[in-house]
Design a protein around this ligand. Structure first.
Ligand SMILES: Nc1ncnc2c1ncn2[C@@H]1O[C@H](COP(=O)(O)OP(=O)(O)OP(=O)(O)O)[C@@H](O)[C@H]1O
Length: 306
C-alpha cells in the first residue's frame, strides 16, 4: 500500500476564549486526496478549529503542520498561563519534562514537540499563500464587486506580491494569464454569464459557487468547506456531493469539511472526526461513525436535516 501523504495535521490544539475552552486538545490528520468531515453538535468547536487552521485565531496551545512542516504553534502564555483549562499546557515549552525512564520513541516525540517556547503565528494571508483556502458558513463575498472581480482579486492574493503592488505593477502577460484563469474558473462554475453582476445580486446557490470559485482562485492544496450544503434543498445537496468530488479531482485537492447534513457527510467522506464540547469523541470511517453509540448519543440521535 502507498504511504499516506499528510497534508494537514493538528496536534493538541486548544483554543480558549476567556474561560471557555472551545477546542480542547484536538489532534487530527488529513491526507492527500482525502475528503474528511468534521462533525458535531452546535457549539462543538468546528468553526473555531477552522479559524485556527486558517490563522484567524492563534490557538492557546498546540501546533499544526502543513505538508509535514510546522506552520503554527503556541503555548499558554501571560495571563493564560494561570487560567489555562486545556490539556498539555507545557508540551510546547521548555518546561515540559518526561517523567521516568525515556524510551527512544519518547525522546523523539519530545523533540518533535518542544521548540524552547518558540511561537509561530502566521497571518491568514500567509496561510492562503501556503495553499489553504476556505469558504464560510455564512457566505462572505466582496459584495460591492462584480463576480469577475471577486475571483481575479483572489488570484492577485495568490501572486507573490501583495494586492496593491500587483494591481499596479504586474506585467501585461501575467494580468492576461490571470484573466484567462479567472474566465476558466467562472465557466467551470457556471458563472461566466454572470461575470458583470454584483456578487450580492446572485441567487444564493450561485453565491456559494462563487465563494468556491474564489477559494479555488488562490490555487489551494487544501480546501476547507464550512457547511457547504447550508440552505440547500435535498436535490441540491445530492448534486453537491458530485460537485465536491469533481473539484477534488480536477484541482487535485484535499478537502476538510464541516457539515450537518448527515446523508452528504456519510456519502462523500473518506473519514470522519466527531467533536463534542470541544473534544474529539470519535474518529473513523463513515460506517464506523454511524454505529458509534457515543456519537449517536451526543449527536446523530438528535441531528435534524436542515
Ligand atoms: N470569538 C469567540 N469568543 C468567545 N467564544 C467563542 C468565540 N468563537 C466561538 N466561541 C465559543 O466557542 C464554542 C464553539 O463555537 P464554534 O462556533 O466553533 O462551534 P461550531 O461547532 O462551529 O458550532 P455550529 O455548528 O453551531 O457552527 C461555542 O461555545 C462558542 O460560543
Amino acid at each position: 500500500m502507498r504511504e499516506r501523504e499528510h497534508v494537514l495535521q493538528l496536534e493538541n490544539i486548544t483554543m480558549q476564549f476567556g474561560g471557555v475552552v472551545a477546542v480542547n486538545n484536538l489532534s487530527l490528520e488529513v491526507n492527500k486526496g482525502e475528503i474528511v468531515a468534521l462533525i458535531g453538535p452546535n457549539g462543538a468547536g468546528k468553526t473555531t478549529a477552522f479559524n485556527v487552521i486558517t490563522g484567524v485565531y492563534q490557538p492557546t496551545n498546540g501546533q499544526a503542520l502543513f505538508h509535514d512542516k510546522v506552520y503554527l504553534r503556541n503555548h499558554p502564555q501571560g495571563k493564560m498561563k494561570k487560567g489555562y483549562k486545556g490539556e498539555n499546557g507545557l508540551l510546547y515549552t521548555s518546561e515540559y519534562k518526561l517523567e521516568g525512564q525515556k524510551t527512544k520513541e519518547e525522546e523523539k516525540q519530545r523533540d518533535h514537540y518542544v521548540f524552547s517556547n518558540h511561537v509561530l503565528a502566521p497571518t491568514p494571508d500567509h496561510i492562503t499563500k501556503m495553499g489553504i483556502a476556505r469558504t464560510f458558513q455564512n457566505i462572505r463575498l466582496w459584495k460591492s464587486m462584480t463576480v469577475f472581480d471577486n475571483v481575479i482579486i483572489a488570484k492577485h492574493m495568490r501572486a507573490k506580491h501583495n494586492v496593491f503592488s500587483s494591481t499596479f505593477r504586474i506585467s501585461r502577460k501575467e494580468e492576461a494569464r490571470m484573466r484567462e484563469e479567472t474566465e476558466a474558473l467562472l465557466r467551470e462554475q457556471g458563472l461566466w454569464q454572470h461575470r458583470d453582476a454584483l456578487a450580492t445580486g446572485l441567487p444564493y446557490g450561485l453565491q456559494r459557487r462563487l465563494e468556491i470559485a474564489r477559494a479555488l482562485a488562490t490555487e489551494p492544496k487544501l480546501l476547507l468547506l464550512d457547511e457547504p450544503a447550508a440552505g440547500m434543498n435535498p436535490q441540491e445537496t445530492l448534486e453537491l456531493a458530485d460537485f465536491i468530488h469533481e473539484i477534488r479531482d480536477k484541482h487535485h485537492l484535499t478537502i476538510l469539511l464541516i457539515e450537518h447534513h448527515m446523508d452528504l457527510v456519510m456519502n462523500i467522506s473518506d473519514r470522519i472526526y466527531v467533536l463534542d464540547f470541544g473534544s474529539l469523541i470519535a474518529q473513523g470511517l463513515p460506517s464506523e461513525i454511524q454505529k458509534n453509540q457515543h456519537v449517536i448519543d451526543a449527536y446523530l440521535g438528535v441531528v435534524e436535516d436542515e
